[in-house]
Design a protein around this ligand. Sequence first.
Ligand code: ADP
Ligand code: MG
Length: 624
Amino acid sequence: MNIKKTEMYTFQSEVKQLLHLMIHSLYSNKEIFLRELISNASDAIDKLRFAAISSSDLYENENDLNIQISVNKAQKTLIISDNGIGMTRQETIDNLGTIAKSGTKAFINSLKEQTNKKNELIGEFGVGFYSSFIVSDKVSVRTRFAGHDPTEGTLWESSGKGEYHVTNITKKNRGTEITLFLKKEEEEFLETWRIKNIVSKYSDHITVPVNIQNYDEEKKTYFWEQINKAKALWTLKKSSITHDEYKDFYKHLTNDQNNPLVWSHNHVEGNLEYISLLYIPEKAAWDIWNRDNKHGLKLYVKRVYIMDNSQEFLPNYLRFVRGLIDSNNLPLNVSREILQGNAITHNLKKALTKRSLNMLDKLSRDSQEKYQIFWNQFGIVLKEGPAEDHDNLKKISNLLRFACSQNNSSEQTLSLQKYVDNMIEKQEKIYYITADSYISAKNSPHLELFNKKNINVLLLSDRIDEWMMNYLIEFEGKKFQSISKEDSSIQTFSEEKKIKNTDLPKNIIEFLKKVKKHLGNQVKDVRITYRLTETPCVVLSDSNEMTTQMAKLFSAAGQSVPELKYIFEINPEHALIKKICSIQNETQFKEWITLLLEQALLSEKGSLENPHQFIARMNNLLLQ
Ligand code: ADP
Ligand code: MG
């Protein structure tokens, strides 16, 4: 490429929006621009180190890798330079003029809606290079790609207003030098003490040395002073690392401003040699529900940075776990393709899954309060576990938490162990109900018998729950049982259990016959209930049929579902049933029975196919 002249470009519209949002929402925390620039410089050095594994001439006789910061008080400039990989002309245009990251557009849109939480959100997001415009009137970037000719350098300049200029230049040293022309009111960033302070706050643990230029008044010379620790924290002995250091490192690693809830740091020797440092965040990332959400661990091989977001080391249901893995067994030239289907990766994944689950188990024992924070943030993700990871089903089951009928709160706090420990005498199964919402589960007529008998029932109302219950078969030898399904164990608790439908008083038998005849094949069966106390009737799924919630899930996913046929159960003690029993007029009787069935269906499904017909029928009967 041989474009010598300066060219002007305009920023992508998302960049303009981001710049605008950032300048107006981050003014109280401007210092983070330095963290972002140092982080980019450190990434660039990591990339060089990695590329140089296969072609060492990229070092160009300069392999003292470091980041340098200097100030020019006269010109009010702050300069951050690195001898990392650098950028080509096209790369400056692609990387500094557009936002390539997936999900970023969605993020900007969500920011516009959430005016009150902007600061927090944008902090979590990791604002990157553009944050330099918070403190600068103008930013100029001089860069040259490692291994390229010095004449192939690039100068990128912008005042962050909407356009930028790109020019070809000669740059002797590889890497990138960023000059910030500070705004008048930002001169504090020209003070060495201020810079040192920010670097030690945010950048102590980046593995590259950060040097600042100092002036020796006596000798009248400049000298470089290293201002960060520049030691890979995870390689240090556990006992030599303080809690604060672990927390700072987490923030540096993840860009998350919140502290981690808990971490697990392990040096492992033997066949599989590795160091892992895993964290559980306190807050879910803004895009954890996004399918493209980049997750996974940072991968190092023998202390050399290889890649971010390697998803191969943890199952999907643990995608909230952050941290790093440093392997001694993997080759340095490992790629994503090699990672997939590799035996070492497979074994590491197994080991790290165990470590993550054990860390959560320990957290649940050590601090109920912290565990609850975890569960409220990530419980829904962990609920994917039973379907994804059969080998660890027992461990995962122990980590689940539920709302239940005997707790007056929608918060999910009950463990299965606690449920089983508090089962009543003769109770053989773990009972649960799934519904669209907590309120709807909590008020389901199916609960009446259980409340009367003091039997606790798990109330499940997350979308994933019905799916999860397909994979939770038993816990501690107790089977799971949906209470909206036909099941003989439920009858055991009923006082009416001995009453068979044929032993009933004659008028009731007659009544059932009439109902059956009228409803025909709209229902599977009609019978007297042993479950209800306050409700006239209810519908149940047959034991071998799909539940209502499952059917809803399938139709929401666009799948066709066979029509569900329910068992219709009637409570003969209920005043309304007694009244209907005595109705002689055939037409009126039928209207009442249809209305009862519609009521029961509405209560079970939360909706009816033809609600207008239902309302018309009810209004007619009310008028009579
Ligand atoms: P992120 O670091 O999250 O990718 P940034 O906005 O901080 O986002 O940076 C955008 C991109 O610009 C980087 O991904 C990188 O490709 C490039 N870049 C920024 N600073 C440097 C640098 N000092 N050396 C080389 N490339 C850089
Ligand atoms: Mg960055």
